[in-house]
Design a binder for this molecule. Structure first.
Ligand SMILES: NC(=O)c1ccc[n+]([C@@H]2O[C@H](COP(=O)([O-])OP(=O)(O)OC[C@H]3O[C@@H](n4cnc5c(N)ncnc54)[C@H](O)[C@@H]3O)[C@@H](O)[C@H]2O)c1
Length: 416
């Protein structure tokens, strides 16, 4: 199979996770992209990722500190994978399209609708592929979750109840996740949650929310980030920061299909952490899949009782995973898996890379395209806007920029 030459732009923690995903794709025997270069404004970060690539992939990509320089010196590269911090996505993606690259852009597509639209305009001008990095729905148990709902096993959806509480006053990974204009934690993690909710139940139309910054001072915790991806930079995290991004948002959601959602996102919770989730329908309930964990689903159906583990597969006899998922996770029908968390993490991003290669080669549309990415952001920003205005806000109002009080300072900051 011909491999499409690609570069990673943004060589921080997520750049490292994407590199390990490329390793998984190479090992699968189905690699359709190949890492040729890494690019970061910080040359030390780019060199660090290139050194890791030597170990993970067996070859060292070229190192650049600007995409223009990369375009001149490495003209064969066709696609870039943008893993820069969230606030810069609109700038980096727009430049990438103008340089003629296909783009896989980490979520969120941008921090504001205007930023998303700048990327969308550049993408349309270019005629290239734009895929938004949203890997969680690609988990085999999430795929099964979706199939069970679509098969009507719990009937017509009534409610999606979801929440998490943790964090205290620790800095979550890097300070930028506590700065509204660079990419606050609610949006950073929230787009994943919204993507899952809308993947399962369809579009969210309206949000009523209250948001707050509880911890305006945050402190470096004992460790930072997921796994060991950020340890290299631990000493760079300041002891203390002033935070201005919301760390608690409680939302009521109206889905287009009539279902009602309740979503609590609480990143300043001291004491005991909490995590809950349940989808209720007219005939039963199911806990939403916990991605990367491989835990079996439990579907509780009126008159039947609890169906769990591999028995869930009997509810969806036609359910099958795609070829690469089946190869990575070991079977094309899975009720659970024992793949370690770190491997599941890289497998899900490997699926994103593979889809990008397929879309470039075949001219097809990625599953999480620009409009899905923009909608995921719009629901989060509708919650934040609702809190500012003190009234329910429709997602259409946000997408059409009929109201943008929350986004205004971000647009000003980035001169969008
Ligand atoms: N999908 C997921 O599960 C997931 C998880 C973590 C992070 N992310 C996303 O990945 C992105 C990166 O997050 P991170 O935690 O790795 O951040 P990070 O701060 O660790 O790394 C960002 C890197 O981008 C570089 N950079 C910034 N602006 C640049 C530019 N204009 N050109 C080139 N390089 C530039 C920085 O120097 C840094 O090395 C964020 O958008 C984040 O939301 C996604």
């Amino acid at each position: 199979m011909d491999r499409i030459p690609l570069a990673i732009v943004g060589a921080g923690g997520m750049g490292g996770r994407h590199l390990r995903a490329l390793g998984a794709l190479y090992e699968s025997g189905m690699a359709n992209v190949e890492l040729m270069a890494v690019c970061d404004l910080r040359e030390d970060n780019a060199k660090h990722l290139a050194d890791s690539a030597q170990q993970v992939l067996g070859s060292r990509p070229q190192v650049f500190t600007s995409m223009e320089q990369m375009k001149t010196q490495c003209p064969d590269i066709q696609a870039v994978d943008i893993t820069t911090d969230s606030g810069s996505h609109h700038l980096v993606a727009e430049m990438a399209f103008d340089l003629g690259y296909h783009v896989l852009c980490e979520k969120p597509l941008s921090l504001t609708i205007r930023g998303c639209n700048r990327v969308i305009d550049a993408w349309k001008r270019s005629g290239k592929v734009l895929s938004v990095g949203e890997q969680e729905r690609r988990d085999p148990i999430c795929r099964l979750n979706k199939a069970v709902l679509d098969a009507g096993a719990i009937g017509a959806p009534y409610a999606f109840l979801l929440g998490s509480a943790s964090g205290g006053s620790d800095i979550v990974i890097w300070p930028w996740r506590h700065y509204k204009n660079i990419g606050g934690i609610f949006v950073d993690a929230g787009v994943h949650v919204v993507d899952q909710m809308m993947y399962y139940l369809g579009e969210i139309e309206e949000v009523f929310a209250v948001a707050k910054v509880w911890e305006s001072k945050r402190y470096r915790g004992e460790r930072i980030g997921v796994g060991d991806f950020y340890e290299h930079w631990y000493d760079e995290v300041p002891d203390e920061i002033d935070a201005d991004a919301e760390d608690m948002v409680v939302s009521t959601l109206k889905f287009a299909n009539g279902a009602i959602g309740q979503w609590t996102s609480f990143y300043a919770a001291h004491g005991e952490p909490l995590r809950y989730g349940m989808i209720y329908g007219s005939k039963g309930s199911m806990q939403p899949a916990k991605q990367r964990r491989g835990e079996p689903l439990t579907v509780t159906i009126d008159g039947v009782g609890a169906v769990t583990g591999d028995e869930v597969l009997t509810l969806v006899p036609d359910f099958h995973l795609d070829e690469l998922s089946a190869r990575l996770f070991g079977a094309d029908r899975l009720g659970s898996y024992t793949t370690p968390f770190e491997d599941a993490d890289r497998f899900l991003v490997a699926l994103e890379y593979y889809e990008l290669g397929q879309c470039i080669a075949g001219g097809t549309e990625p599953e999480v395209n620009a409009y899905v990415g923009r909608k995921d952001l719009a629901v989060c920003n509708a919650a934040l806007e609702s809190s500012v205005l003190g009234r329910p806000v429709t997602v259409a109002e946000i997408e059409n920029e009929e109201t943008a009080e929350y986004e205004a300072s971000i647009n000003t900051h980035w001169k969008i």
